[in-house]
Structure formats: C-alpha cells, structure tokens
Design a protein around this ligand. Sequence first.
Ligand code: LLP
Length: 417
Amino acid sequence: MDHFHYCEGQYFAEGVSFARIASTVGTPCYVYSRAILEQRWRLFNDAFGDYPHRIHYAVKANGNLAILKLLCQMGSGFDIVSGGELERVLKAGGRPDDMVFSGVGKRESEITTALEAGIHCINVESAAELDRVNRIAGTLGAVADLALRINPDVDPHTHPYIATGLRENKFGIPIDEVPDLVRQAHDANHVNIIGLACHIGSQLTELSPFVAALDRVLELVFSLRQEGLQLKHLDIGGGLGIRYGDETPPEPDAYVKALLNTLSARQCNLPLFIEPGRAIVGNAGVLLTRVEYLKSAQSHQFAVVDAAMNDLLRPALYGAHHRVIEVSPADVEPTTYDVVGPICETADFLSRSQRLSISPGDLLVVQSVGAYGSAMSSNYNSRPRSAEVIVEGDKFHVVRRHETLSQLYQNESTLPD
Ligand code: LLP
C-alpha cells in the first residue's frame, strides 16, 4: 500500500490529511510516514536472511531524534560523521557499540569522545588520521578498533558532487597505499584493524558499481590475509538510490542479494556492514508548503510558495528534481509552473515545469525529501527552520517545532558600547 495517497480529492499521509497538518502545525513543514520508514529499514534487514550483517543508518540523511529512536527500536546501528551526530544517536538511545564513525576530517575532540563512548570502530581515511587515533587512544590507555576506508576508484555514475569513490575524490585510502597503512598500524600500539570499508557515492541507480567496489575490497582482503591480517567485517557504505522521477533504482532486496552473491563467489563469509541513508528515509518524507502568489513573467509561470532553498537545498545545489503535487487539486485549468521560494536568489527553486491546478493559498507537497531535506536546511534570509511531523496511522506527532525568530540570533551579540 502507498502510505502517501489521495482519498476523495485530498492528499493523505497514512490516515492523516495534509490539510489537517497544515491547519494545526502551519507551513512549511516536513512530514514523514512512520510506516514507510520502518518498511524500508526492514527490506534491507530481511534481505540478509541469516547472513551476519549490521545496518548502520547514515545519520546525515536525517538526524531527527524521533527518526533515530524508531530506527534504534528496530535494531539499527548508525553511521556517524561528527561529534554532533554521536551526541544525537546517544540521546535517541543508540548504543555506542552499534556505531561506526566515518568522515575525512575527524577532529581530535571528536575522536576522543568517540573512543571514550566505546564506539564500535572508526573508519580511518589516511595515514595522518591513523597516527592521530593511535596517539589519542594511547593517552586514554585504550586500543582503538579501526576499519580502513578504501578508495576503490570506481565510477558510481551519479552527480559529481556526490561521487566519492573515484581516485580524484578526497575520500578513502588509495588501494596501493593500504599495505603501508597496515604496517603502520601493526607498529602502533593503540590501534587494531578489524575491517575494510568503502563508500563510493550516493543516489546510485545501478548495481554494477557496488559489485565492482566490493570486488576490489575482496581482492585486498585476500592479499592482506596472506600477510597475516585477519579481518572481522567488511563495510560497503551506503549509496543505494531512490526514485525521484523516472529513475528505476534496484530495490534493497536486489542490492543486498548482489552483494551477498559477490561475497559467496569469492568464498568470503565475513560479516557485512551497510550504511544506507537515502534509501531508508528519502521516500518516507515530503515537504508541505503553501502557495503565496501566482505570477507570470514572459513565457514563465511561477508558483511562489512559502518553502525555499533554505528548507530544501537539493534543487539549487545538485539540480535535483523533486515532483510537486497538489494536496487538493483546484477546479482550475492545469498550468505549467516553476515552483519557487521567496529567497533572493534565482537558484531558489523547488521544482521546475510542474503541471498544477492551483490558486493562491493552496497547499502543495514536494515529494521524496526525507533524506538530505531538513538535514541540509539553513537559516538563509533569516528564515526559521521548518517544523517536522511524523504520521503514525491516523495520528501525527510534531517531532521538531518551527524555529522562532529569536532563536535565529540567540548566539549573537553586539560589540560593547
Ligand atoms: N556512508 C558514508 C560514508 C557517506 O558518506 C554517506 C553519504 C552514506 C553512507 C549514506 O549515503 P546514502 O545511502 O544516503 O546515499 N546531500 C546529498 C547526498 C550526500 C551523501 C553524502 N554521503 C544529496 O542530497 O543528494
């Protein structure tokens, strides 16, 4: 069943109409379906069957505490990339041993906090970082478990800004440098390599790059084994794409099966970690917004709405496409609109060329924004961040209130007189 659906001319999230959410909470507002979120996580988990695995949800996709808590309750682990994400997951009830710490620029304080908390492992991306972790673990009198994040030099066929596994990207350790890092770790007293990791990019719509990356990682597993290094897990990162328009990305089941087949073809039975973000939460969330004005300029028709690029940056940053639909189509001729926000930038568009039957005051829904929507929002143009709501059957819960205007400058001060 589609949990976002029309019923008698009104758009609903599960059993709650968007009109009801708008009149109670206001707009703009992110709305998530609990049922979709949980269903997506389970699709990944079930696909593994008995194969030993961990799903580490990528917190960066959407770190709302309520979402993290729901995922915790289902047994998810977490992929974090900052001290802030560590704090969020702990606050939501996550266990440190169910977290891996990724990222190319971990600060001393972040590494210290992660080690003190007892994180499962740190995915190290350079010789300098390995050295830093060893030194910090030494001062704590600990031995830090590490995975080496490999850069497999595989083209993920995605937008260049979200491709991470190509040789020229800043991420990961080039394969030919790995033996040196293994020796460095061997000579250090406070680190222990327990895994290999990689993450080649986001919004991948084909399986072959994942398989190619895993193959490269497996070649390395065997050559390192010959040098006496026994690993405890492999981590293939996140990246599975979702449908925004006419893409046809593989389902989680096909994705997991392709990974497991690759492992079995090489007779590898190491536990597999994955770090999906978008494929769990992306299609579980929409952005509810209201039409302020309809405006025409030359041949263009604009629907000026109350959400903007500060709420949803993806169209401006990546040229991303998000479909927009009416909450309750008006009895007027459909017209092709660019749906734009009030921000003073031409890049402030949410979606282009959308055919809509609307009048000023009507509600619209921007689809597929559960991942990297609210998470990438800002206060640009001194606009408060939007509220967030989770729908659960015929109930809904505000899981983030609208920011207030005074919160916008609460950390600022003027110079002394
Ligand atoms: N693991 C690592 C190490 C990552 O860097 C990422 C995403 C993920 C997992 C999760 O990837 P996912 O399954 O969500 O594709 N802001 C961009 C996406 C940036 C992704 C960054 N890394 C967007 O809106 O498309």
